[in-house]
Every structure is written in structure tokens, then in C-alpha cells.
Design a protein around this ligand. Structure first.
Ligand code: HEM
Length: 279
């Protein structure tokens, strides 16, 4: 691990963990709100436009790098702090500490590790598809990308069948601008005939497909539970690290933490549950 990180004082490390963690808490609220578009009754127009914006805007791309950097630093610093705290106390206390902070910190390293495992599965479902590391899910492409500018250009029969079938299955968006719900294999065939067409992951249909399978819904509910356990501790401990845990406000901070955790977890859980039961 980076030597510069290890050499920081433990107060600085704690502050940075809290700062990066707060940034991640803001991201989580934003991500949860954005996901609710999946439930809009518009055939996926709103969510797909949002994903298109997020996938193509230059500023968002910078924000994505910042987010992943923040995420890695939050993990690295937390692990260093935890190892150093253990190293500073080679002889275990005879009686395990029962203070809220000590129990919370121990829980945070366990829930944080579980969260990391859940996130890897989550990335496999969505984010790695966007990075082209995983060849799965659904794809979409603008219909205008199918314009043939060169009359000598050959469009294979296979590609024609895919497009005709997609039109028949009403995979064209309401405004006629997008062809959606293409499998990875269909995308490969079309890409050969239209090399300039900009294919993007169709996260709306990918999410709907995933959340129509009961065991995937169950896994995601476990994921949100782990998220809840982790942020329930993280919220309060960030206030403590910033020195904002005055006894007058500690009850208020606790209530805010509980409200935030429930809002975020229920908001996330609504998507797979509503897709599974009502769509
Ligand atoms: C219903 C639940 C969820 C759905 C449908 C969902 C969907 C998605 C999608 C579609 C992406 C790719 C977005 C893109 O790159 O353009 C993504 C990325 C991501 N998700 Fe989720 N997500 C869910 C829950 C969560 C939770 C609970 C967490 C965190 C604990 C999380 C953390 C992330 C992160 C860190 C990324 C990568 C960064 C990014 O692309 O913005 N997601 N998610």
C-alpha cells in the first residue's frame, strides 16, 4: 500500500476516511434517486436518457473517476487504520470493549468487506458491461446511426432480420430515436454492418431482466441490508471524526443517521421489489 498513506497521522487518516465516506453517502443518495426512474411508466425513456447523459457527458466521466478514486482511498485508509489500531494493541483487552464506537468500528470493517464483495457482483451486472469487461446485458443504439451513407455498403441478412424482429417486438422507443433491448450477440452482428453506430448499455432493460429473477432480487436485498449496516455506523462516525458530536446534538445525529439509512435502503429496495411484483 502507498507509503504516503501509511505515514499520515491517525487523526488525518480518520478525517480523510470520514470525508471520503461523506462523499460516498451523497453519491448513494443520488444513485438511489436516479434508480427510481426505472419505475417510471414510460417504457424506459427517462432512465435511458439519464444513462445516456451519464455515459457521454465529459464532466460526468471526470466525476466517475473521482468517485472510484474516493472509493479506493476510503477502503485503503480504513484498512490501514484498522491494521494500525490492532498493531498498537498487540495484547488483546481481557474484556472486549463494549463501547458503541468500538463495536461500531469492528462492525464497519466486517460490513465494509461484505459490501465490497456485493459491489463486485453489482459491477458485474452493470458497470463492467459499460466498461466492456463483461459481455452481457442489453444494449441500445440511436436509430439515426443506421443510416447508410455509402450505397455500396452491404447489410447482412442476419442484421436485417435482427432489425425487422426488433421493430416487430416494439423494441423501438416511443419517440422512435432508440432501438433497445438488443442482446450482446445482436449488437455484435449490427456493429459489423454499422461500425460507426454508438452502442450503449441498455441498463433499463438489463435491470428489468435481472429483477424478474427471484434469487437475484433476494441477493440485491441482502446487498441493501449490508449497505444499511455499513452506513448506519458510517453516518454517526463521520460526525464524530469531524468533531461535531456535541452531546446536545448526539440524539439528533443518531436520528438523522437512522432516517438516512432507511430512506436510502428502502429507496434501493423498491426497484427490484416493484419490478419483480408489478412489472
Ligand atoms: C436497485 C439497485 C441498484 C441498481 C438498479 C443500480 C444500477 C447501477 C447501474 C445501471 C450502474 C452503471 C451506471 C453507469 O455507469 O452509467 C451502477 C453503477 C454503480 N453502482 Fe449501482 N445500482 C444499485 C444499487 C447500488 C448500491 C446499493 C450501491 C452502493 C453501495 C451501488 C454502487 C454503484 C457504484 C459505485 C457504481 C459505479 C459508479 C457509477 O457508474 O456511477 N449501486 N449501478
Amino acid at each position: 500500500m502507498n507509503n504516503k498513506l501509511i505515514k499520515l497521522s491517525s487523526i488525518t487518516k480518520k478525517l480523510l476516511v470520514a470525508l471520503f465516506g461523506t462523499f460516498l453517502l451523497v453519491f448513494l443518495l443520488f444513485h438511489m434517486c436516479a434508480n427510481l426512474f426505472i419505475l417510471a411508466d414510460d417504457g424506459g425513456d427517462a432512465y435511458s436518457s439519464f444513462c445516456h447523459f451519464m455515459g457521454t457527458n465529459a464532466l460526468v466521466k471526470v466525476a466517475e473517476v473521482v468517485l472510484l478514486g474516493t472509493f479506493l482511498l476510503h477502503i485503503c485508509l480504513s484498512v490501514i487504520l484498522w491494521c494500525q489500531n490492532r498493531g498498537n494493541r498487540p495484547v488483546r483487552y481481557q474484556r472486549p470493549s463494549r463501547t458503541k464506537t468500538a463495536k461500531g468500528s469492528k462492525l464497519a470493517i466486517i460490513t465494509g468487506s461484505l459490501l465490497l464483495v456485493c459491489l463486485l457482483f453489482h459491477f458485474y451486472d452493470f458497470y463492467f458491461v459499460k466498461l466492456n469487461v463483461v459481455k452481457g446485458g442489453n444494449y441500445m443504439v440511436k436509430t439515426e446511426d443506421f443510416v447508410i451513407s455509402d450505397p455500396s455498403q452491404e447489410v447482412s441478412e442476419e442484421a436485417q432480420i435482427i432489425v425487422m424482429q426488433a421493430i416487430q417486438d416494439q423494441k423501438i422507443s416511443k419517440d422512435g430515436r432508440w432501438l433497445r433491448q438488443l442482446s450482446h450477440a445482436d449488437k455484435e452482428v449490427l456493429q459489423e454492418c454499422f461500425p460507426d453506430a454508438a452502442f450503449e448499455p441498455d441498463f433499463y432493460n438489463t435491470a428489468r431482466e435481472k429483477f424478474s429473477v427471484w434469487h437475484i432480487v433476494l441477493c440485491y436485498l441482502v446487498f441493501f441490508f449490508v449497505v444499511g449496516l455499513h452506513i448506519r455506523h458510517g453516518f454517526e462516525s463521520a460526525f464524530q471524526s469531524f468533531g461535531l458530536n456535541h452531546y446536545k446534538y448526539s440524539r439528533l445525529i443518531e436520528v438523522l443517521g437512522i432516517v438516512y439509512t432507511w430512506v436510502v435502503c428502502l429507496g434501493f429496495a423498491m426497484v427490484p421489489l416493484c419490478v419483480f411484483f408489478f412489472k
